[in-house]
Design a protein around this ligand. Structure first.
Ligand code: PLP
Length: 343
């Protein structure tokens, strides 16, 4: 019910001047090179693949990630491969293990097919408790780690990721969701895939690349692992998403530029919150958890009345709300409204 209410608040009709800091989107949108690529390809939209768009995407992604082309599988975002991997590797006998609070989409598809879900609280430093996750169930099918985590924006170290690979139950895989990796200083984990480990990495163009509504993403993994998840869905990707993603990856300065913009606005917001004596989780990504000392939904609704649309509340932390980082102007409006509703 709480989730339905939240969906209503964050996805319902919003006024034109709404501040949308609910869904970890990127207010910068696609880069100019991506827009140009979309414009050029749109008139060929009557064809599935007018100029081999999928091959070009795979070639570029493989170069960027340092893996062979056969280790890249493009999808229209990362939700699709997240669900496919869950369905392929969990079952009523093989469970899904995740951090809590964590991104819930995989747990929902696991539950849908009757797989048990183990929610393991994050450690005190907000990293994933990898020891507890590996011990949660000897029959686990998927160990899901979101890094940086959604909703906390916090990191789990490479050492901990490697611990999971060395200690996870036999027959399970590590599903490493790096949707937000470009916002942090962390090195993406593609080299673990290049080393043929039992890991499937998910990436999306919805976040740093600003293409949530255009749709592109990928799974990066050993070809035999990709083969296992491939059958659970079908269909071509939009050529607009493919060419925009390829063009974005070719702009070598883009990720660093956007990381800095996000970091500067996040640090300004944190300085303000600290000065006003708020408590928040020190995120390294484009969203953070704010402690509001009362049921989070009350604050979500009060801010919505001020046309500030923030994100969800997680059951394990009922007095925290998730706030995405918008533009500086949007965050300034958020600050003013927050002080008003918390007074
Ligand atoms: N993974 C995480 C951690 C997310 O937060 C999201 C979206 O918010 C997704 C995956 C799915 O996004 P998309 O399908 O747009 O790539």
């Amino acid at each position: 019910l709480a989730q339905e209410a939240q969906r209503g608040v964050s996805r319902g009709a919003m006024p034109a001047d709404a501040v949308r800091i609910s869904s970890n989107e990127n207010p910068l949108g696609p880069c100019p090179e991506a827009l140009e690529a979309i414009y050029k390809i749109a008139k060929y939209g009557g064809r599935y693949q007018p100029f081999g768009e999928t091959a070009a995407f795979i070639k570029t992604a493989a170069e960027v990630e340092g893996v062979k082309p056969s280790y890249i599988a493009p999808f229209a975002g990362s939700s699709d491969p997240l669900h496919r991997t869950t369905v392929a590797f969990t079952s009523p006998e093989r469970s899904f293990v995740m951090g809590d609070p964590g991104y819930e989409a995989g747990a929902r598809s696991a539950q849908f097919i009757g797989a048990k879900v183990h929610r393991i609280p994050l450690r005190k430093d907000f990293s994933h408790d990898v020891e507890a996750m590996c011990k949660a169930d000897p029959n686990a099918g998927v160990i899901y780690i979101c890094n940086p985590n959604n909703p906390t924006g916090t990191l789990t170290s490479r050492k901990d990721i490697e611990y999971v690979l060395a200690n996870k139950p036999k027959g399970s895989i590590l599903l490493l969701d790096e949707a937000y990796v470009h916002f942090s200083e962390m090195t993406p984990a593609s080299e673990l895939v290049a080393a043929d480990k039992e890991v499937i990495i998910l990436r999306t163009f919805s976040k740093a690349y600003g293409m949530a509504g255009i749709r592109a993403g990928m799974a990066i993994a050993r070809p035999d692992l990709l083969e296992k998840m491939r059958p659970y869905g079908a269909g071509m990707l939009p050529i607009t998403g493919l060419v925009a993603a390829t063009a974005s990856m070719q702009v070598k300065t883009l990720v660093a530029e956007r990381r800095k913009i996000n970091k500067d606005i996040r640090e300004d917001t944190f300085e303000f919150l600290t000065a006003k004596k708020f408590t928040f989780v020190p995120s390294q990504s484009n969203k953070f958890m704010l402690e509001v000392h009362k049921p989070g939904m009350e604050v979500v609704k009060a801010l919505a009345a001020e046309k500030i649309y923030i994100g969800r509340v997680w059951p394990i932390w009922p007095t925290h709300v998730r706030v995405s980082i918008g533009t500086q102007d949007e965050m300034n409006k958020f600050k003013t409204a927050l002080v008003k509703v918390m007074a």
